[in-house]
Design a protein around this ligand. Sequence first.
Ligand code: A3P
Ligand code: MG
Length: 273
Amino acid sequence: MPDFRDPALVDALADIASRAGAAIMGHYGACEGRAKEDGSPVTAADEAADALIGAALAALLPGVPVLSEESAASFAATDLRRFVLVDPLDGTKEFLTGNGEFTVNIAVIEDGAPVSGVVYAPALGRMWLAGRDAERLSVMPGEEVGQARDRRAIRVRRRETALVAVASRSHRDAATDAWLSGRPVADTRSAGSSLKFCLIAEGEADIYPRLGPTMEWDTAAGHAVVTAAGGVVLTPEGAPFRYGKAGAGFRNGPFVAASDAALVAGPLAARSA
Ligand SMILES: Nc1ncnc2c1ncn2[C@@H]1O[C@H](COP(=O)(O)O)[C@@H](OP(=O)(O)O)[C@H]1O
Ligand SMILES: [Mg+2]
């Protein structure tokens, strides 16, 4: 099996995300959503990006199962020691609204943990990578990552008070607000899709609690970026947050992404609650 944190492999994932971003942008502002069986919206852009990513991953990582939002209903793999989680267009509501806050998410999972991945926001021309380190770069849709500009390592920041929280723009709930109200939060920013994880990873924010429902493909790539940048993604009780929950239909439970485990369930959280 390859080293899934190998920089060349991470760059290959980045190139796939860039091409998927170009496929998505071909539909931006020009397509309508329709409701899937579960009521969530899907567009021609999701489907075009999913087909491109699926074919590219089959060539890059032959034999490694790929679970994507669009193919989940027919996913049959049982060996999930290593697999790839894909959300070809995370933040479909933001895509339809036209505010640019949507991402392509690709993450490699090993033994239940995301070990590498990419989050790409094609409308913003911005990408975040997780491998041995976390990086942020500027990439136009379809551009090769070797041509990227402003490529730099990113790290979480450390802060104990006057925290900046991030919350979903479209799916905020009362439990999340209650969790936040027990913390020393000075400011709360809204953002769509996996951009919330990226704000933690690059030191722009400190905590992102998500107590409402999400799916594994929504969170794995952002989770990889946060941990590669020195942060954590944990259950609200402070336990590891795991992937490959086939028995639960790949649904996530509540989680908190943070710059520091102490902000989730440790001494700082107890002191401030
Ligand atoms: N009731 C629900 N059940 C499962 N997932 C949900 C959900 N409501 C929202 N989500 C997930 O939250 C994601 C959007 O998160 P955010 O609000 O942070 O941008 C959605 O991704 P998609 O837009 O890819 O469908 C969707 O998967
Ligand atoms: Mg999603």
